[in-house]
Ligand binder design. Sequence first.
Ligand code: KG4
Ligand code: ZN
Length: 340
Amino acid sequence: MKDAPNYLLAIETSCDETAAAVMKEGKELLSNVVSSQIKIHSEYGGIVPELASRHHLEAIVPTVDEAVQRAGIDLSELDGIAVTQGPGLVGSLLVGLSFAKALAEALSTKLTGVNHIHAHLFSVFLGQERPDFPFLGLVVSGGHTSLYVVNNFFSVELIGQTRDDAAGEAFDKVAKILGLPYPGGPVISRLAEKGDAGAYSLPRAWLPQTPYDFSFSGLKTAVLTLVRRVEKEVGQIPVEDVCAAFQEAVVDVLVEKSTKAALEKGLKEIVVAGGVAANSRLRLKMASISQSRGLKAYFPPVKFCMDNAAMVALVGHRQLQAGMVLGPHADVYSRLFQPG
Ligand code: KG4
Ligand code: ZN
């Protein structure tokens, strides 16, 4: 019996991207295909869960086909399948899990279920610069903003999370307030480069009682109030300045809380992952403040920050090596989940 899968197929459908990847020996990425639904959801200014599941259903077969073809292998050569099991949108997750179960059954191969947040955390290992365990992990995406102590691939301890909006969600909502397209992160980041972050002072929620937790809904409301006031007084909104001031407020909180947590937990390295980790201001400030405090910050390559299946393959390979397989009755989970 082989102790490690040679060719692993990974599938990710937790949110609004249908993604598939093939990885060899747990490290060599042979293909990485992402079918994005951004165009479908941008019309609504955010994700519509019903539409997301329907699109996953249409996209899953061609996406997996393309990943297998690009990898230059045949389906029959697969030694295992990894699929995102949660957290995420239940309807979307179900498409991926049902498909993966059926395929694993048909190919008589092993199936493992991957935690989407853990996949984001470990996506840093898809890059050249890799951290050592243990490290402080910050996951900042459209659905989650959480801090973790990461001891190894199988020991991930949640130490704080957002009480309301996720950081990416705040970018998306502020974009909507400013009449900018979805997803808000990339466009706000681009406009912020030309703006003055000091033009407006926006609130930062430090939450001294629970310093590892986050809150971004007050900031979003403050932007709304500011925009309404400025619009009334001046007639037009200085969009670039608002973007810069908002981005700086988010970045300040993420950097301050992560570096503080790392120091207090005695950790020397910080990993920032998830869609918002693509933000260049966050990358710059996290790197420089970390360095000034004797810490080192790591980020996944930008193309692996947003949802993808390569990160699912990376974790899935290790789980299969450790014998973590899913049975036929396994179900998806929608909320943050800590494997026992
Ligand atoms: O990880 P991800 O692809 O999906 C979830 O698991 O949620 O993250 C998507 C989020 C969106 O909210 C998007 O606005 C944000 O990541 N995002 C960014 C940037 N690129 C994507 N936020 C700030 N700056 C960016 N450059
Ligand atoms: Zn994600």
